[in-house]
Design a protein around this ligand. Structure first.
Ligand SMILES: Nc1ncnc2c1ncn2[C@@H]1O[C@H](COP(=O)(O)OP(=O)(O)OP(=O)(O)O)[C@@H](O)[C@H]1O
Length: 483
């Protein structure tokens, strides 16, 4: 229920308006509770007590003018929207009212009740929108480029690509397995695209049934379907000139894909049940864990939409093909988790870190975060204990589960999942690591196998951080400088 405050010295008008608003229902419940006051001083007191969402404030009050108290009133009841009521129709009063921070003004004698209801509804809708935007901006403020942890070549490459797309308003497709950080990357792109805070509105397309998703995305007008007792803006409207993040777009129905394609082409849309064309001002970032090319082949995803989305694609590699990022991620996540659960688990013994870098991490960074959270909660002191982690034996070897990029490279592929194919850099790194493991770290033999010169090998060992015998394949090797 929303609280309305009406301030007017005309007592009979006050009573009529109070009765009118108290009769309005929403979902079978009263829509408003109404507080009233007959002077500026009483109005200010009532504002503080009732904390209204909307104030209908008369300009001519016995003690002070409505215009004079707008600012004070706003200070008392936060983000209430103030509708000023004036008997004057001159331009100057209008401008002064809006400048003083009124949301809108209406003229006396009052318009018909439906028009008055509309102004109040609009005030409520805007209040809701700006509340949401504030919330979203607070959330966004926390995500900066530094939150993307990773020094592996593939992550460095990804950060460079992010840098390129922040300069444009182009639609971006982010692909990667579940938990690899697609939403994190979308938020970073958003934050680096604008100097001032703008809304970031996300929606998971796989979590909602089709008809509801349509109205969530595009909004609906009152009466568009049973239960639509009032109009509601959708995500595309709420995002204003910010970003709409369509998570799991690969799970969207073909019907909605067609509608989305039209919106992306025309940059306009209508609310469900509406006729008014609304401009799409927001940028669209879509994400999926699915291989959309494969979805197109199986006629589960529209080819034309795929072509439109894939122009700028960012592929986030799974954690298991960039294991060198794990120690840094562990440090970063531990800080976050400690803060969240109010603990100070800061020490990770080498053998525990070793285990963490070797686990398969099919759920990627999210799984790492979950495993660490559990271990932090269970830790009696400041040391992360190996006993609180999954054991290496209890997890099936990569070959037994979903094939990893490593397997895709080194075994005959059984699944043609493009998202598992590593980048060229990643592939080169894996090949060098494998050759080093096979030769037990003998650089001369490694050069022979790979058909490269010694300086080239040295450069690449440096580039891929393999000089210390770290091996993304999980087999250790000791670098031997003089074979
Ligand atoms: N490179 C990274 N650096 C720091 N934190 C990361 C990184 N990648 C992911 N995370 C963290 O891991 C968690 C999961 O990330 P996110 O939700 O962005 O993944 P997702 O790919 O969108 O997952 P899903 O596909 O399941 O929606 C988040 O807490 C995120 O902050």
């Amino acid at each position: 229920m929303e609280t309305l405050l009406i301030v007017d010295d005309d007592v009979s008008l006050l009573e009529t308006l109070k009765m009118h608003f108290e009769e309005i229902e929403h979902d079978g419940q009263p829509r408003y509770q109404v507080a009233t006051a007959t002077s500026a001083a009483a109005g200010l007191r009532a504002a503080q007590e009732a904390m209204p969402s909307v104030v209908i404030l008369d300009m001519m009050l016995p003690d002070r003018t409505g215009l004079e108290i707008i600012e004070e009133m706003k200070g008392l009841c936060g983000d209430a929207r103030i509708i000023l009521v004036t008997a004057y129709h001159d331009m100057e009063t209008t401008i002064r009212a809006m400048k003083a921070g009124a949301f809108d003004y209406i003229h006396k004698p009052f318009p018909d009740p439906a028009a008055l209801d509309l102004v109040v509804e609009r005030a409520l809708e805007y209040r809701q929108l700006s509340r949401r935007a504030d919330e979203v901006n607070r959330e966004n403020a926390a995500v900066r480029l530094g939150d993307i942890v990773g020094t592996s070549p593939s992550m460095q490459q990804l950060v460079k690509e992010i840098g390129k797309v922040t300069g444009s308003a182009a639609t971006v497709l982010i692909t990667g397995e579940s938990g690899t950080g697609k939403e994190l990357i979308a938020r970073v792109i958003h934050n680096y695209s604008y100097d001032e805070p703008r809304p970031f509105i996300g929606i998971n397309c796989s979590a909602i049934v089709d008809t509801l998703l349509e109205s969530e995305l595009f909004g609906h007008e009152k009466g568009a379907f049973t239960g639509a007792t009032s109009g509601k803006p959708g995500k595309f409207e709420l995002a204003e000139d910010g970003t709409v993040f369509l998570d799991e777009i690969g799970d969207m129905s073909l019907m909605l894909q067609a509608k989305l394609l039209r919106v992306l082409q025309e940059r306009e849309f209508e609310r469900v049940g509406g006729v008014k064309r609304i401009k799409l001002r927001a940028r669209v970032i879509a994400a999926t864990h699915r291989n959309l090319a494969e979805e197109v082949e199986h006629v589960r995803f529209r080819e034309d939409l795929y072509q439109r989305l894939k122009v700028i694609t960012l592929l986030i590699p799974p954690l298991r093909v960039r294991r060198e990022d794990i120690p840094l991620l562990v440090k970063h996540l531990l800080e976050r988790i400690n803060e969240k659960v109010h603990k100070r688990v800061t020490r990770v013994p080498p053998e525990v870190m070793e285990r963490l870098t070797r686990l398969p991490w099919r759920g990627n960074v999210r799984e790492l975060e979950n495993v660490l959270t559990r271990a932090v909660v269970l830790a009696p002191g400041d040391v992360l204990r190996g006993d609180d982690l999954p054991s290496l034996d209890s997890t099936p070897p990569p070959e037994a589960g979903r094939p990893s990029a490593t397997n895709v490279m080194f075994t005959a592929p059984t699944v043609d999942d493009a998202s598992l194919i590593p980048t060229l850099d990643e592939a080169e790194r894996l090949l060098i690591a494998r050759a080093m493991a096979v030769t037990k770290g003998h650089k001369g033999r490694t050069c022979q196998i790979l058909g490269i010169s010694r300086p080239t090998l040295e450069r690449k060992l440096q580039k891929y951080n393999l000089s210390q015998g770290q091996n993304p394949l999980g087999h250790g090797f000791t670098v031997k400088d003089d074979p």
